[in-house]
Design a protein around this ligand. Structure first.
Ligand code: FE2
Length: 571
């Protein structure tokens, strides 16, 4: 049973991706943005991603049993005028993916978006009874869906329509302070500096999700596919304007600049923009907590979070504190790329494979061998050195205050770099943190970085941090020792978005590097941020890595067994 999973269709889709599941085993998964080099790859189909998945699996279109799409596109077709049928969607999708003309249209199958998110979540915790919470901007019509996963079956408990969208609420707020709809990470980082003063969500919405906002207040046509625009522009932005007008007047540029110049040790905590972000973040956390409390049963051992809001690590960290008796699992591909995976999982299960084997997940993307890398370096006339043990040399560089690019093995899927396509530095230096922010990543100075920590030490430095493989939870620090060892990776609220690593779940090269750094310095971790320049997707090929290395102020680049250094780039 060979199934390609797909996210991405056309005009208002983002994060297109493809994956391949063969006889219940996840063989490959990648996002289209990595190939076309445009962040989130909006309005495109995953043509390159699909081709790469097929090549990696050593199969052809003719071998496929299904192309599974993580959206119920025929639902939209029924709303259109004239109506568009499933066959029409299938035909266009196959054309855009460059499938052969004779590929059977009936092999294209569609799955409701939130169901696809939910199926992507349960593969991480397939056996124990779970409450599955899907929270995003919007699926076909729902913005929140609650499921129970029990005895290998998924039951939908409830849904909330787009008027309750926490994703749109948060995006509207990020847009209002001038970060744009996709500036949610920046906004979340900023929120840690402020104080929550207004619960916008509670005062305007859900009342514990029992009573929706009257539709006449929002002024949206429920059947209109432009719900996002309506809810953001016609509902939330006016609410924010009314309560926090200065921000609106300041607009993007002013708010952004003011925040940029804040000194970390002397923050203007009364700034409207900062307290606004704290308020919105706080109410998001309260809303998700309230959802979980409403549906959680005693028998649920696990809470699974997926959907785009699942990437909010502050909210995830807050769930850890609020539900200490439950295991909290967050899908690292929570954003829409994950529905490629979920759709393929669903149809795999429907066809007799009850469990999905996730070998190496999330390290399931493209990889390049030494031969390929050497050729790429030679063709650019770059001086390089071969290293028998790159981990040992890299650890020495980092210990000597150098910031390196680390490109090894199979790429991670998802927005977090987890040691395959990473920028790495020592974690105990504020100076290095600021250098990476200002000179390498070109980010705002107030944005935090994350640490990777050897799992046997994680609880020594971070409260209740037993296992955090995907860097998706904020953990409070334990003591001043945490600050001493991990100063450059601790946020202003004394939390860190930790990645823990251990034998069996972490690529060998990365584990060896961190262990070697520990031997040299006594610090059991590193600063780990994604290997990309400003506004770029994470590097995909050695050529991308070399280009980004040229454009940034990294000190050295480790590609497979080769190293290049900034001072002999063109020699
Ligand atoms: Fe989604």
């Amino acid at each position: 049973m060979k199934i390609i999973g797909i996210n991405g269709w056309g005009d208002w889709f983002h994060d297109p991706a493809a994956c391949l599941i063969v006889d219940g085993q996840l063989v490959a998964a990648v996002e289209e943005e990595r190939f076309i080099r445009i962040k989130h790859a909006p309005h495109t189909v995953p043509a390159f991603a699909t081709r790469w998945c097929l090549q990696t699996g050593g199969i052809d279109w003719g071998d496929l049993d299904y192309v599974a799409v993580g959206w119920d596109l025929p639902y939209f077709g029924q709303l259109a005028s004239p109506k568009i049928g499933a066959v029409d969607f299938a035909r266009k999708l196959l054309t855009d993916l460059h499938a052969p003309d004779l590929f059977p249209l009936e092999k294209v199958v569609f799955l409701e978006h939130h169901l696809a998110h939910a199926y992507s979540g349960i593969i991480l915790e397939p056996f124990r009874q779970s409450l599955v919470v899907v929270v995003d901007g919007q699926g076909e019509k729902d913005s929140i869906s609650i499921f129970r996963h029990k005895d290998n079956s998924l039951e939908k408990l409830d849904t909330f329509d787009s008027r309750h969208s926490l994703g749109y609420y948060y995006e509207a707020a990020t847009s209002y302070v001038g970060f744009g709809l996709s500036g949610t990470g920046k906004f979340m980082g900023l929120s840690s500096y402020g104080k929550s003063t207004v619960d916008y969500w509670k005062s305007n919405n859900a009342r514990k999700f029992s009573s929706p906002v009257p539709s006449n207040q929002i002024g949206i046509d429920y059947e209109n596919l432009d719900d996002a625009v309506s809810i953001v522009d016609k509902f939330w932005i006016p609410q924010f304007k009314a309560s926090c007008p200065n921000l609106q007047i300041a607009g993007a540029t002013k708010a952004h600049k003011e925040i940029d110049f804040l000194k970390r040790d002397k923050l203007h905590l009364n700034s409207d923009a900062i307290n606004f972000s704290a308020s919105v973040q706080h109410s998001l956390e309260e809303a998700i907590e309230s959802l979980v409390r409403t549906y959680l049963s005693q028998k649920d051992e696990v809470i699974i979070i997926t959907g785009g809001v699942g990437l909010n690590c502050k909210s995830n960290g807050s769930l850890l504190q609020k539900f200490p008796a439950k295991k909290i699992v967050v899908q690292p591909v929570s954003h829409d790329a994950g529905v490629a995976l979920g759709a393929a999982v669903y149809f795999t299960k429907q066809n007799g494979f009850s469990q999905i084997e996730l070998t190496d997940f999330p390290y399931v993307g493209p990889s390049y061998n030494n031969k390929y890398i050497r050729k790429a370096l030679e063709s650019r006339n770059i001086h390089f050195q071969y290293l028998e043990k790159p981990e040992l040399v890299a650890a020495q560089y980092i210990a000597n205050d150098k910031v390196i690019g680390w490109f090894q093995g199979k790429a991670e899927i998802g927005p977090r770099a987890l040691g395959a396509r990473s920028i790495l530095a020592r974690p105990d230096s504020i100076k290095i943190r600021d250098r990476v922010n200002q000179q390498i990543k070109l980010r705002e100075i107030w944005r935090p970085f994350s640490p990777v920590v050897l799992e046997e030490f994680s609880q020594v430095f971070f409260k209740n941090c037993k296992e955090s493989l995907f860097m998706l939870f904020g953990f409070p620090i334990v003591s001043n020792a945490s600050k001493l060892f991990f100063a450059g990776t601790i946020h202003v609220d004394d939390t860190s978005r930790v990645q823990t690593i251990h034998q069996g779940r972490t690529p060998e090269h990365f584990l060896k590097l961190v262990r070697e750094f520990y031997t040299l310095t006594g610090i059991p971790g590193l600063m780990n941020t994604s290997f990309n320049g400003s506004q770029e997707p994470i590097v995909n090929t050695p050529e991308d890595a070399i280009d980004t290395f040229r454009e940034t102020n990294l000190d050295a680049l480790f590609l497979g067994n080769y190293v290049i250094q900034s001072d002999n780039l063109n020699s």
